[in-house]
Write a protein that binds this ligand. Structure first.
Ligand SMILES: Cc1ncc(COP(=O)(O)O)c(C=O)c1O
Length: 383
């Protein structure tokens, strides 16, 4: 074997072992046969997907179930949006698009801006002024997006984006773009492959309702292909100030500190309703105070730091299994119908560092001490 050949073989072996490592493949490479891509699609990827499914010991004990956290905060821009964005931007590149556009409560803008940067496209994001978490705002600027803050909420921003999209200058990469949902359904595939089955119950936060629609599509597809023998019950959780699906009617003035799900007129209304009805699931809601308590609980008990919108499933479990308010939970009866020792998956949609301002509720003044061992021991009350 010539020296060059040995070198390239070594390189190939290295690549093969690298590709086996979690997170190196990207959603399209891992699941291309299930996605709307062809040889003509240029793949724009940041090695998204293949996120960890973390066993949650404390939650499992509380619920008397096997509870897992699908930690989507570990995607490249730290939210689940990247799964859909790799497909949406790749398809936009295939069409020859030069610019993409989205309305956002923050995470879509971060993801769109990153993937557009990767593809060499311009990205315009339209956001509700003053209602975007700091980390997400910084991301949009750093990735090079043109940011427009409007005096209105997300629903106003999406209306404008839809109108602009019809003029044909931009490809809209909100979850109204079907390629986004195609990419997002791969999270359900990963869960089935890791558990060897679908969970008995899947709980996730719901805002514009694209993700619950996508998960249900993914679970259904693998079920229809015989890749799983069961389908989960789908439980969508909203913030009580922004709970149109829970109430069954759009809301004009949604309000919650979980800004990622501050949405009154979900675009994927029918998809979300279909997922819940077909799976015999439910919509439920939790208050902002319960969200803040759940954020602290999840970080301090399970070691998982998630942004406020991402912890609404945890807040619901704490409310049902730990609080005297459990009778307020419409979804309570679902738990009594599950098999013994059921498997639950909760999607943790975004990383806690996205929104340091809201998380700062947990801060207190640090203990003060002189720079000596004795003073530090005294401060931490260890003798
Ligand atoms: C962190 C986070 N969680 C949940 C959601 C809700 O997802 P969907 O709008 O697909 O319902 C969003 C949407 O922006 C989000 O950013």
């Amino acid at each position: 074997m010539r020296q060059g050949e040995a070198g390239s073989l070594k390189c190939r072996n290295f690549l093969t072992s690298m590709q086996k490592t979690r997170g190196t493949l990207g959603v399209i490479s891992r699941y291309r046969e299930y996605l709307p891509v062809t040889e003509a699609t240029p793949i724009v990827s940041l090695s998204e997907g293949s996120t960890p499914l973390i066993h949650a010991r404390e939650l499992s004990e509380l619920v008397q179930a096997e509870v897992y956290l699908k930690y989507e905060g570990l995607n490249p821009t730290c939210s689940f949006k990247d799964r859909g964005m790799t497909v949406a931007i790749s398809k936009a590149a295939e069409q020859g698009a030069k610019a993409v556009l989205c309305a956002s409560t923050g995470n879509t803008s971060a993801s769109a801006a990153a993937y557009a940067a990767r593809a060499g496209m311009q990205c315009v994001v339209i956001l509700p002024a003053g209602r975007i978490a700091g980390g997400k705002m910084v991301q949009a600027y750093l990735y090079g997006a043109r940011v427009v803050a409007i005096e209105g909420n997300f629903d106003d921003a999406l209306r404008i984006v839809r109108e602009l999209g019809e003029r044909g200058h931009f490809v809209v990469v909100n979850s109204t773009n079907p390629h986004r949902l195609e990419g997002q359904k791969t999270a359900a595939f990963e869960i089935i492959e890791e558990l060897g089955k679908a969970p008995d119950l899947h709980i996730l936060p719901v805002g514009n309702a694209g993700n619950i629609t996508a998960y249900w599509k993914g679970y259904r597809e693998f079920y229809d292909l015989g890749r799983s023998n069961n389908l989960p019950v789908m439980l969508g959780v909203q913030a009580s100030g922004a709970a149109p699906l829970y109430h069954g009617a759009p809301m004009d003035q949604p309000e919650t500190l979980a800004t990622a799900i501050r949405i009154g007129q979900p675009a994927s209304w029918d998809g979300a309703m279909g997922a819940v009805k077909e799976s015999l699931g439910e919509f439920d809601m939790v208050t902002d105070a319960e969200i803040l308590a759940a954020q602290k609980w999840l970080a301090s008990k399970e070691g998982v730091f998630a942004e406020p919108a991402s912890v609404v499933p945890v807040a619901l479990l704490l409310k049902i299994f730990q609080s005297k308010d459990h009778d307020l939970c419409r979804s309570k009866t679902i738990f009594s119908k599950l098999p013994a020792n059921p498997t639950l998956v909760l999607t943790i949609t975004g990383h806690g560092l996205k929104d340091p301002e809201t998380a700062s509720h947990a801060l207190s003044e640090p203990l003060q001490a002189k720079a000596t061992l004795e003073a530090v021991l005294k401060a931490i009350e260890v003798s």
